[in-house]
Design a protein around this ligand. Structure first.
Ligand SMILES: [Zn+2]
Length: 87
């Protein structure tokens, strides 16, 4: 459960409060990049499935910020995300 002064919050509300998140397969926003990290826990997203990477999650429509499923569930109420699904 999260607390009001959750240690996992490090300013994400500045760019993730009340944004739309797209539930989708991971693909890099920048073609020079092959991975991104969750904005909260830093788990790695990659297109290929791996033992310690994720191949799908939630991202801002521009694909710039990614949130994993666990943190999505924990913070969806607080951040008031609007969710659209591509999957
Ligand atoms: Zn995460």
């Amino acid at each position: 459960m999260r607390q009001p002064n959750d240690w996992r919050l490090m300013g994400q509300e500045r760019y993730l409060q009340e944004v739309t998140l797209v539930h989708r397969q991971y693909r890099p926003a920048n073609p020079d990049n092959d991975h991104d990290h969750c904005a909260f826990c830093k788990v790695k997203f990659m297109e290929a499935d791996g033992s310690d990477t994720l191949s799908k999650g939630y991202s801002t429509p521009d694909g710039y910020y990614w949130v994993c499923e666990n943190y999505f569930r924990d913070f969806v109420d607080m951040f008031e995300w609007e969710v659209v699904s591509e999957i």
